[in-house]
Write a protein that binds this ligand. Structure first.
Ligand SMILES: Cc1cc2nc3c(=O)[nH]c(=O)nc-3n(C[C@H](O)[C@H](O)[C@H](O)COP(=O)(O)OP(=O)(O)OC[C@H]3O[C@@H](n4cnc5c(N)ncnc54)[C@H](O)[C@@H]3O)c2cc1C
Length: 430
């Protein structure tokens, strides 16, 4: 992980605590043949490659930078059932029965993460328990209604609404009037997890090439994927490039908005101090539309995420705002040292449901998890492998979700999203 390249994951606590050795994954040189060419070395691509080789396909995976260079190696690491949108959005679009299937598959996504961690002995500090915290009184009513609906219509019984002392046993702050505790949510070290999937795929026979951006896809049967110094001829192409794609497949970019999100990692807390923050080691996200989220790392740093930018530039005063938020939530952490700060790009769809589909019979993609991809991206890889093998029923349940292009085309898309988000930020204050 120390080679100098412009497409490394950024300096972060994750990079400094990598414990998975990937082995040599040289840039692609020359012409190769494969059943499937997977583009993108995040969780989507690595999971697809792993499931495909396990099914007996020959696989070449191309990653533009290093494995985990994109969102997967930078994320908050929270693995949660559900989607980036309320399941009600899916219900309205596809009906209750399909929405139930999607909900169940989102739970499968979390179990799949745990299975892979165990099966491939991935050292990624997987821990269980998550909280979704109300910030305003109206959030409490919304969370309670959500819990009831999930229990009634989706047979989901893992949620408990916590208040007062019961809540303080999980998070020691007066900032939240209530929170939903989810037994099935959890968190992990996202870069080690992604590298662990890539290592498992490589050991199972996938040819993994880092520093190998695909610069052109010549669509057809077979398709040809071209890099600077090589090309892959493949019967199928599977795209896992999400927010980091750069116009490689023009049909996909208009369906996605790219937004940067930021994380800081504090210095390690003593055991006593950590017990005054998150005594049960849960992950937490708040109920604001533009949300903050945090958890403890294995060496007890507070990994705190939030704040967005649509310009590619870090927002001014970011560090001071993050410091102030942490001090407000946890006075015991006032003045804590910040050791790391990094950002990454989230791929957001207009309705915040993930966008799965096929562009030709042999070109599959999954993207747009809208900040909720840590578990879902792993499942997306599995579903694309099923679809390549001719079993596309489960992939098609997701692919049936209607998605609109962002209005305004390439140039107006960002200002429109900024406007929309400003509206939601204002609403978050009410
Ligand atoms: C700061 C941050 C915090 C987040 N926190 C959470 C969280 O706590 N929980 C959660 O569920 N989700 C979270 N997410 C979202 C989650 O990380 C993503 O949904 C998920 O990692 C997407 O995985 P992916 O493999 O689809 O995409 P990525 O991990 O972005 O991978 C795409 C890869 O494709 C490569 N690529 C792009 N173009 C090419 C090309 N032409 N050729 C070859 N390779 C190419 C890129 O280099 C990149 O490595 C967060 C995201 C960010 C940025």
């Amino acid at each position: 992980m120390t080679r100098p390249t412009s497409l490394q994951a950024p300096a972060s606590w994750y990079r400094d605590s990598v414990s998975v050795e990937l082995g040599d994954c040289p840039a692609l040189e020359g012409e190769v043949r494969a059943d499937v060419c997977v583009i993108g070395g995040g969780i989507t691509g690595c999971s697809a490659a792993l499931h495909l080789v396990e099914r007996g396909y020959s696989v070449v995976l191309l990653e533009a930078g290093e494995i985990g260079h994109g969102a997967s190696g930078r994320s908050g690491g929270q693995i949660l059932p559900g989607l980036g949108t309320d399941i009600h959005t899916v219900e309205k679009a596809l009906g209750r029965e399909r929405a139930r299937e999607i909900w169940e598959m989102s739970r499968e996504a979390v179990r799949l993460t745990a299975e892979r961690v165990e099966r491939h002995a991935i050292p990624c500090d997987l821990a269980w328990g998550s909280l979704h915290a109300a910030v305003k009184p109206r959030h409490v009513r919304e969370l309670e209604a959500f819990r009831e609906r999930l229990a009634r219509d989706y047979d989901y019984e893992a949620l408990t609404l916590l208040r007062g002392d019961a809540l303080r046993e999980h998070v020691v702050t007066d900032a939240y009037p209530a929170a939903l505790h989810d037994d099935e949510g959890g968190h992990l070290h996202p870069l080690n997890y992604t590298l662990g999937l890539a290592r498992a795929a490589s050991e199972a026979g996938a040819r993994v090439h880092q520093d190998s951006p695909a610069i052109e896809i010549r669509r057809g049967k077979p398709a040809v994927v071209v890099t600077a110094r090589g090309r892959v001829t493949a019967d199928f192409v599977v795209m896992g490039t999400n927010a980091y794609q750069s116009g490689l497949v023009p049909e996909l970019s208009g369906r996605l908005m790219r937004a940067a999100n930021y994380i800081i990692a504090t210095e390690p807390l003593s055991e006593a101090r950590a017990a005054k923050v998150l005594p049960r080691n849960d992950a937490l996200s708040d109920a604001n539309f533009v949300l903050d989220y945090y958890r403890l790392s294995s060496d007890r740093r507070l990994i705190y995420g939030g704040e967005v930018s649509y310009t590619g530039r870090e927002p001014r005063g970011l560090q001071a705002r993050m410091d102030a938020k942490i001090a407000r939530l946890f006075p015991v952490l006032r003045g804590i040292g910040i050791d790391y700060r990094w950002g990454g790009d989230v791929g957001i769809t207009l309705n915040r449901a993930p966008d799965f589909g096929r562009l030709d019979d042999n070109l599959y993609y999954a993207q747009g998890y809208s900040g909720h991809g840590m578990a879902l991206a792993g499942l997306a890889g599995k579903l694309m492998a099923e679809a390549v093998a001719g079993q596309s029923e489960r992939f098609d349940v997701f692919a049936a979700m209607p998605h609109r292009h962002f209005p305004g085309g390439e140039w107006l898309r960002t200002p429109l999203l900024v406007l929309a988000t400003t509206f939601y930020k204002l609403r978050d204050r009410l």
